[in-house]
Ligand binder design. Structure first.
Ligand code: NAD
Length: 383
């Protein structure tokens, strides 16, 4: 079996991917299983893995991978490959990466038509068995950490309390909206830096987790909210959204840093903070919009940029985990190796595509010329 990893570190729509789909350790483990691993030159350069390290690990490194694209069994990616790449792959080749399937209908249909088997890591079920393959979680944990560090960098004050002969500095107030994987990691990071942390989530089951990290949970009564069977938040009604925004206003106005991490699986993220509310914050305060590049939680945030809105610094970088590209690569490469490990059969040297398996049934989105995921088919029909 041959696995190919291309160099994704080129500018694409104003963004350079710094992560790589393999680490030296994951290449070593694949080679040990008898798998041929071909890595395109420079693929690990931005995440701390030089070509020589992949060669030492038993991989092959080459600049031009056109021939490998035609006979690779699996293409491991960070992001969805371009048409110019996936049209070169042989039919039935397996493509694994962040496909962003809900918002890339055309590309997914084209990949199905090419008879590729596409595995979207975003669709890996959030189950105990799949935890070690869960790339959404690994990258979101790092994102939570990065958002706090970036906010601290932009804030003109410090986070911890400091008592000195020159005066006493009060701890910064941090408000975190959305206490999923990223939000909880942000709470833990801000607490470690000595800030006072408050958080809110529409899923009140997370209150206990917030408190166990030393944060205060802001209670807002917006009526029935709940979560889907997979643990994702349900979309609020317009009335509930208004209630949430009204109740959050004071907490936001009183905060030095606000971090929004609210997402709705398969949909655009909810808008949580208006420009009017931003205007209530002290000048120099910092708002981190985790969702800026996918629609935005904060009015006025600019995808990929730092903006100043009513005197407040609003940061909308996106692709947060790649600020720590080495760790992001290591975790992602482990996720992909664990996925291979779960389904690779050493005897036949094949990836066993058992579509009755609940993990593969969830995350394989195209196979044999068809879109195979029911949730996605429904979304594409606009149901
Ligand atoms: P997510 O990225 O979809 O959303 C982030 C958070 O935003 C969520 O906690 C969500 O409730 C919250 N949110 C949505 N709308 C909001 C609003 N209007 N206001 C405030 N908050 C809002 O979530 P996630 O971090 O990917 O986690 C999703 C679920 O999956 C959670 O229940 C989590 O515990 C679960 N999970 C399970 C596993 C596992 O069992 N292996 C692994 C990871 C996550």
């Amino acid at each position: 079996m041959k696995i190919l990893i291309l160099n994704e570190g080129f500018e694409k729509q104003g963004h350079i991917e710094k992560r790589c789909a393999v680490s030296v350790s994951s290449v070593k483990r694949m080679v040990k299983r008898g798998i041929t691993v071909v890595v395109q030159q420079g693929a690990g350069a931005l995440s701390g893995y030089p070509d020589e390290a992949f060669i030492e690990a038993g991989g092959t490194v080459q600049q031009n991978c056109d021939a490998d694209l035609q006979d690779a069994d699996i293409l491991l990616c960070v992001n969805r490959p371009d048409e110019s790449v996936y049209t070169l792959l042989k039919a039935q080749a397996l493509v694994i990466g962040h496909i962003d399937p809900f918002f890339q209908k055309q590309a997914v249909e084209a990949m199905a038509k090419r008879r590729l088997t596409t595995l979207s890591v975003e669709m890996i079920p959030r189950s105990s068995r799949a935890q070690k393959m869960d790339a959404l979680s690994s990258q979101a944990s790092l994102a939570g950490y990065v958002m706090v560090m970036q906010a601290a960098n932009h804030l003109p004050s410090i986070l911890p309390m400091m008592m000195t002969p020159s005066g006493t500095i009060k701890p910064a107030k941090v408000f975190i909206i959305g206490a999923g994987v990223a939000g909880l990691q942000a709470i833990a990071t801000a607490k470690r830096l000595g800030a006072n942390v408050t958080a809110y989530d529409t899923r009140d089951v997370v209150a206990e987790q917030v408190e166990s990290l030393g944060g205060k949970f802001l209670k807002i009564d917006i009526g029935e909210t709940g979560q889907t069977k997979d643990g994702y938040a349900k979309e609020l009604t317009d009335e509930q959204k208004q209630k949430q925004q009204d109740a959050q206003r004071d907490a936001i106005a009183d905060s030095d840093i606000v971090i929004t991490t609210a997402q709705l699986f398969g949909r655009r993220p909810p808008q949580l903070i208006s420009k009017e509310t931003l205007a209530l914050m002290r000048p120099g305060s910092v708002v981190m919009d985790m969702a800026a590049t996918s629609g935005g939680n904060v009015e006025g945030s600019v995808p990929g940029q730092v903006a100043t809105v009513n005197g407040v610094t609003v940061i909308g970088y996106g692709n947060w985990s790649q600020f720590v590209a080495k760790d992001a690569t290591d975790m992602y490469a482990n996720n992909l190796y664990n996925l291979l490990d779960e389904f690779y059969d050493d005897e036949s040297a094949q990836f066993t595509l058992n579509m009755d398996d609940e993990i593969l049934a969830g995350c394989v989105i195209t196979h044999d010329g068809e879109i195979t995921n029911g949730m996605l088919k429904q979304a594409y029909q606009g149901v």
